[in-house]
Ligand binder design. Sequence first.
Ligand code: ZN
Length: 262
Amino acid sequence: MDVDPILLVGAGLLGLCFGSFLNVCILRLAHEDKKQRSLFHPPSTCPRCGRRIEWRDNIPIVSWLLLRGRCRACGQPISKQYPIIEAVVAILWIAAMLAYGPTVRFLAAAALGTILLGIAITDARHYLIPDEYNWAGLIIGLGLSLAGGVTGFVHAVLGACTGFLLLYLVGLVGGWVFREEAMGGGDIKMMAMVGAFVGWKGVLLTVFAGALFGSLVYVPLLLLRKRKRHVPFGVFLAMGATVVFVFGDAIIDWYVRFLRAG
Ligand SMILES: [Zn+2]
């Protein structure tokens, strides 16, 4: 699609801002103490010296480069994670604008991609999927679906219900078979959120793709180490959801034609 360069710059700048916000989410939402989970209070401080970070030192990527990755007050290093996530989210928003132009689909791609990145990082590190990502995504997904009229909204609601029920059932069956919790509540709510973006067919495909990616990565690991490990399934579901958001319609079309030809 031919997109005005100004729109690409705008998408990149918005991506930087949301990347910066995602850094705060990643840092705070995994906190065990719910009281510490507020995204807006207290303002950002240096994790080493506790000094409040001024606005001029909080400009995505630029400040980190100008300060050469060190805190202005104490000179201790600041994690590379901050500028890297800001850059990744900016690239994601630019790619979405390139692919879909200034449309509702661009907003959906950018929002879903940003949320999935936050979920994947948090699940990989802490084996948990904070509710805040799921609820925010569900509301954004359902809200954007309204642009498609009643049909779009029904499609999104059906997708959310399918995602929720499917993972709930997988968890139930897994619980009987393995006699332990196979599916965390976070995965169930995450798939409801993804369903609001990709519809009921897309959410079925997402779970299938997630299980496939998970097996490809984890089965060799399990065989090598020969021991049971906790699987951050959210990481693989996020990968599956990304593939399905971009290529889902093409995959489903191909599959339907394949079934008819057979
Ligand atoms: Zn400091």
